[in-house]
Design a protein around this ligand. Structure first.
Ligand code: AKB
Length: 333
């Protein structure tokens, strides 16, 4: 019997992924690792809940070997805004944590067979020149000069994963199958992010549903790529399951749609005419988003593993966000 290991299980992606994995394969054990015990929404779905630090070498080795973990979703990370507040802590959690999990994957692979290691990377690996005009959608090998500690960590961890998969100890057939997705901002109807710089989109929508005013921390014209949480989970699973011989690279862009902060505010106002959205840009956070691409080119994911998002901007709001968030807060649509 094999099992899933999910680090950072209480995070936004963790919670959504665990619900999906449990529905899809209820018989396959789910081992989770987080600093805190699983939140109520996922606790009944988890087979073994480990509480501890992702950088601790002993934190999950015993349980992972006992259950012959064959797929690791390494989601534990500190996000971009949080990382600029404490860059060294961020480096420790994001880089040492990933190294620790790659080491575990290698030992699992050697003992029990190939381990698929899925890593959520980010648009933060890109660093566009200050004052860049809206440009063509960015491809995976362009502008890899991140300006944030988070982006530097993500890019380096992609390289670490590639090293563990292909070159470690000159193994011809490494037992670690490392795959990474570069996510845009992700918006969930059920949860709110913490510590990220794309958080304004989720915060604006969740505030409106609750009838709370919201001051957006970026400028109205700030345009970034976003995707809905169900698409993010689908992308993780599609990449995890893609036949290895179709993959032509380690890290893939995945995209939903690009939208400006003003356009999000307008959509929020269309659905909640009483919403009170204002703009109070924070210079540190603005600098971060200004270095990220306005648009992502995810054609390689489309070609190699048939990626395509289910939601465009209209269906994201009409079919997912508005009904989902209203149901979450018990508000009538
Ligand atoms: C963040 O804002 O830090 C994340 C990301 C873009 O990876 N949502």
């Amino acid at each position: 019997m094999s099992a899933f290991l999910i680090t950072g299980a209480n995070g936004e992606i963790g919670q959504a992924l665990i619900r999906h994995l449990h529905d899809g394969a209820p018989e396959k054990p789910i081992i989770t690792l987080d600093l805190k015990p699983p939140v109520e929404a996922i606790a009944p779905l988890v087979t073994i809940a480990l509480t501890g630090d992702v950088t601790d070498p002993d934190v999950c080795s015993e349980a992972a070997h006992a259950h012959k973990v064959d797929t690791i979703f390494h989601l534990a990370a500190l996000l971009s805004t949080r990382c600029e507040q404490d860059p060294e802590l961020c480096h420790h959690v994001n880089v040492d944590g990933t190294l620790n999990m790659l080491r575990l994957a290698r030992s699992l692979g050697t003992a029990h067979g190939r381990v698929t290691f899925v890593f959520p990377s980010s648009i933060a690996v890109y660093g566009l020149p200050v004052g860049h005009a809206t440009s063509a959608p960015i491809r995976e090998d362009e502008h890899l000069a991140p300006t944030t500690m988070y982006g530097i960590n993500k890019l380096y961890c992609e390289h670490l994963g590639r090293y563990y998969a292909r070159f470690y100890h000159q193994e011809a057939n490494s037992s670690v199958d490392f795959r990474a997705l570069r996510f845009p901002g992700i918006i969930s109807a059920q949860t709110l992010p913490t510590g990220g710089t794309t958080d304004y989109a989720s915060e604006m929508i969740h505030a409106a549903v609750q009838g709370k005013p919201y001051a957006t921390f970026v400028q109205e014209e700030t345009t970034l790529p976003f995707m809905m949480m169900p698409d993010a989970v689908r992308a993780l699973l599609m990449l995890a399951q893609a036949p290895a011989d179709r993959l032509t690279r380690t890290a893939y862009n995945v995209n939903g749609f690009s939208i400006s902060a003003a356009q999000i505010a307008a959509l929020v106002a269309r659905h909640f005419p009483a919403s009170q959205v204002s703009f109070a840009p924070n210079p540190v956070r603005q600098r971060i988003v200004d270095s990220w691409p306005n648009e992502l080119d995810d054609s390689r994911a489309q070609t190699d593993w048939d990626w395509s998002p289910a939601f465009d901007v209209e269906s994201a709001f009409a079919d997912y966000l508005i009904p989902g968030i209203c149901a979450h807060y018990g508000v009538e649509t």
